[in-house]
Design a protein around this ligand. Structure first.
Ligand SMILES: Nc1ncnc2c1ncn2[C@@H]1O[C@H](COP(=O)(O)OP(=O)(O)OP(=O)(O)O)[C@@H](O)[C@H]1O
Length: 260
């Protein structure tokens, strides 16, 4: 029996992007179902980061539609898109190294903290209660990525793998429905990758959608439910890891033609 079909969280339809005469994306369409881990792969310069920048509002598409939970994202400012429920991590880790881990996660919550007007200046009971709740939630998110025991440590003292995990916890602090991960295992050693794989799976099992760009094939194939493949700005394949892995166009895009 087939598993029940999940509704689509994110829908990209016929999206194009050009910079002057340079067509970076053409007629790109795919759907990210709710509750799934979705991968976007492709050779260097294929247009993957541009797709993320269009979804998060850093760029505007030249053509096509981008919908999140049935509502268009086009024309929304990046912070509005975060508010709709999309969070992102970057290829280059962006954390506040001079702050401790708890503070780093709480920074991600500022949109959701409601101190009630001047309460923050008066240190009102409502303000203190909101602060307490935020700290508890931040600790909970740190525990999801196995960093709660380091909550008071300065972020600067974390290993590379732990810095990535902290970025996840901070992205989750915005209470997203979809988490966009840009090359989550870049620069990680094999054991860090294995741990992160488990943690991304746990995040999905908690009901979040995950959409990642990743070059590490073992990681993508082992983790994603479905994968879209970009090459020179066009989708050349879409499907399960097995379907994509065996697609002749994908093999050619990565390895070149046999006679070359
Ligand atoms: N703002 C811009 N202006 C002009 N060209 C751009 C701009 N942003 C991206 N490009 C070009 O678009 C193409 C796709 O870039 P993009 O960063 O999306 O690729 P990518 O698949 O993420 O690559 P990588 O795997 O190397 O990160 C590249 O040729 C890049 O030079």
């Amino acid at each position: 029996m087939n598993a029940p079909q999940q509704p689509n969280l994110l829908s990209i339809r016929n999206v194009g992007k050009h910079f002057g005469g340079l067509h970076v994306l053409q007629d790109v369409s795919f759907e990210v179902p709710a509750g799934s881990i979705y991968g976007l792969i492709g050779p260097n310069g294929a247009g993957k980061t541009t797709v993320f920048n269009l979804i998060t509002g850093l760029l505007t598409p030249s053509a096509g539609q981008i919908d999140f939970q049935g509502q268009t994202l086009i024309g929304l400012e990046p912070h509005r898109i975060t508010h709709q429920g999309i969070a992102r991590t970057f290829q280059n880790i962006r954390i506040f190294k001079e702050m401790d881990l708890l503070e780093n996660v709480m920074v991600g919550m500022h949109d959701h903290l409601n101190y009630g007007g001047f309460g923050i200046f008066l240190n009102s009971p409502a303000c203190r209660a909101a602060e307490k709740k935020a700290r508890e939630r931040a600790l909970e998110l740190l525990s999801w990525v196995g960093l709660d025991h380091k909550a008071d440590m300065l972020a600067d003292n974390l290993s590379y793998g732990d810095q990535r995990k902290l970025e996840f916890a901070r992205a989750l602090a915005t209470e997203p429905k979809l988490l966009l991960l840009d090359e989550p295992v870049a620069g990680m050693n094999p054991s860090e990758k294995t741990i992160l794989m488990e943690e991304i799976n746990n995040i999905r099992n908690r009901g979040y959608g995950v959409f990642m760009i990743e070059h590490d094939m073992r990681f993508v194939m082992g983790l994603c439910d479905r994968i879209a493949v970009l090459n020179f700005g066009r989708i050349i394949a879409e499907g399960t890891p097995d379907e994509v892995r065996n697609n002749p166009d994908v093999i050619e895009a990565y390895l070149g033609k046999e006679d070359e």
